[in-house]
Write a new protein. Structure first.
Length: 376
């Protein structure tokens, strides 16, 4: 198990390394902050950044680990927000099919959790050799921005570099737009394409520079002198949102588990056929190691119950073997109870599937399994 953890940590380190030493150095030489430095400065001091989907694209040739996008949930001015940043040291932050799917999933998470979004933008646009794979699904990006506007979910966009072609619509459709002077370049077509299409000769700054958008087009709401001021302005915008995420406050004081979480590596086995009791996992995760189990003696291969995690009440569903009809029925009932009370769910998965065989088919395992699927 330790070897598996080390392999995972190595992959995460590769994601944090961006495009590699050469391109990181080139980015820094331009006087720019690295994408992860921008995120760190944006978030409240000493707060935690819950990075999501960090290994998208890992091991796929020609795709950087992370898919060219960094994303996760953090706290800005005391407000939980979803932050995304183009990994501009990886092919200039060009969008590929894996990064696109990641971005769409991040947007979905933000919508489901009623979170404002902050985009730290610096992208070369579409990854041209693969643009056929992103052109159609990429339209969902604009649909999501439109829906967020309709639902009153704030969107903030900080532009540090290029935002061209379709990428220009991200700041164009955001509620608050911050651009770095002499850094941000936002246009539908750059100078070479403009000259080819219309014969007009122009330059990046007059065509789509931050100063022009702040003083002439009106696309830019806040003109920042440098990247640090852009991040300060983004924090200022969040502070004035008067935003409160729906949901109740903590219902109990935070307690450490009675059992050491470091022992988790000894609970599970690398042998997929080796069983272990999921209650041992729960005891090392939840506050005070207290777990109120539901229907303990019925459908025993699915452990269900309530506990507090960091003071918040959550419902656990944990596989303790193959699913039978009784287990599925129990799980469906438990999920419905949690839904009625607005309690979030945590799934601990360790399963090969539903039980099969004539006896179980006759017992209606399809019907009972369908109940669980519908409940989820």
């Amino acid at each position: 198990m330790k070897a598996a953890v080390e392999k995972l940590e190595a992959a995460l380190a590769a994601a944090r390394a961006g495009g590699g030493e050469k391109y990181v150095a080139r980015h820094v030489e331009k006087g720019k902050l690295l994408p992860r430095e921008r995120i760190e400065l944006l978030l409240d001091p000493q707060s935690y950044f819950l990075e999501l989907l960090p290994l998208v694209g890992h091991g796929i040739r020609g795709v950087g680990t992370g898919g060219g996008v960094i994303g996760g949930i953090g706290v800005v001015e005391g407000v939980e927000v979803l932050v995304t940043a183009n990994e501009s040291t990886e092919k200039g932050g060009a969008v590929n099919e894996y990064g696109l799917q990641k971005s769409l999933r991040l947007a979905e998470i933000a919508d489901q959790n009623h979170l404002p979004t902050i985009s730290l933008t610096e992208s070369a646009g579409a990854d041209l050799p693969n643009q056929s794979k992103i052109f159609v699904p990429g339209g969902a990006t604009f649909k999501n921005l439109t829906r967020r506007s309709k639902e009153g979910l704030p969107t903030i966009c900080c532009v540090f570099g290029n935002a061209t072609a379709g990428g220009a619509y991200v700041p164009g459709m955001s509620d608050y737009v911050i651009m770095v002077d002499q850094g941000a370049k936002v246009f539908l077509a750059g100078p070479p394409l403009v000259k080819m299409a219309t014969g007009e000769e122009t330059d990046d700054e007059s065509l789509g520079g931050a100063a022009m958008h702040a003083r002439v087009s009106g696309v830019c709401d806040y003109l920042a002198a440098d990247e640090r001021e852009a991040i300060r302005l983004a924090r200022q915008v969040v502070a004035h949102l008067n935003w409160r995420k729906p949901g109740g406050p903590q219902s109990a004081a935070v307690e450490a588990p009675l059992y050491d979480p470091d022992e988790l590596l000894g609970v599970a086995s690398m042998d997929l056929k080796a069983a272990f009791d999921q209650r041992e996992v729960i005891a090392r995760v939840v506050d005070g190691s207290r777990f109120a189990e539901f229907k303990k003696d019925f459908g025993a291969t699915l452990v269900c119950g309530w506990a507090h995690v960091h003071g918040y009440l959550v419902g656990f569903l944990a596989n303790n073997g193959i699913l039978f009809s009784e287990s599925a029925e129990k799980g469906a009932q438990f999920i419905q109870l949690c839904n009625q009370r607005g309690i979030p769910l945590v799934f601990l998965q360790n399963i090969t599937g539903f039980m099969v065989g004539r006896k179980y088919e006759e017992g209606g395992i399809i019907k009972h399994g369908a109940k669980l699927i519908n409940a989820v």
